[in-house]
Design a protein around this ligand. Structure first.
Ligand code: HEC
Length: 114
């Protein structure tokens, strides 16, 4: 019984340590994926804080929470921008499998806090 108790404490501790690292790596990786020329390449079209040599085909990405009601809606814009504008020049990153589900989640986490 005592052993079980110790084991569950250990399990809970390891969970919380793991969650902390996940949070940090997510935001750092989200930024890397957003900026990487062979991944999101969002800088090709958007001005983003800290980003070098941005293009201006799309609007600057800042104060995102004023444009989108929820993270889910922001995710849809990145997943398939044609949902909001059928003539958009923004690539449908999710629908066309340019990025994986997880990569999109990480980018959404980063963009949401701009
Ligand atoms: C080829 C150019 C291009 C690329 C690359 C691109 N976008 Fe866009 N994006 C646009 C355009 C143009 C718009 C303006 C709305 C429209 O025309 O659909 C837009 C709109 C947006 C919006 C809505 C902004 C607002 O204020 O309403 C978000 C958020 C966004 N893009 C995020 C991204 C992210 C994140 C990436 C990278 C994963 C990305 N975009 C890559 C062209 C691009």
């Amino acid at each position: 019984m005592k052993l079980l108790f110790l084991l569950s404490i250990f399990f809970l501790l390891s969970c919380s340590v793991q969650n902390n690292t996940t949070f940090e790596t997510t935001s750092v990786r989200g930024k890397q994926l957003t900026f990487a020329r062979n991944k999101g390449n969002c800088l090709a079209c958007h001005v983003i804080e800290d980003g070098e040599f941005p293009g201006n085909i799309g609007p600057p990405l800042k104060e995102i929470r004023k444009q989108f009601n929820s993270k889910q809606q922001l995710r849809q814009q990145i997943w398939d921008a044609t949902l909001f504008n059928p003539d958009t020049s923004m690539p449908p990153f999710g629908k066309n499998k340019i990025l994986t589900e997880q990569e999109i989640d990480e980018i959404v986490d980063y963009i949401w806090h701009l």
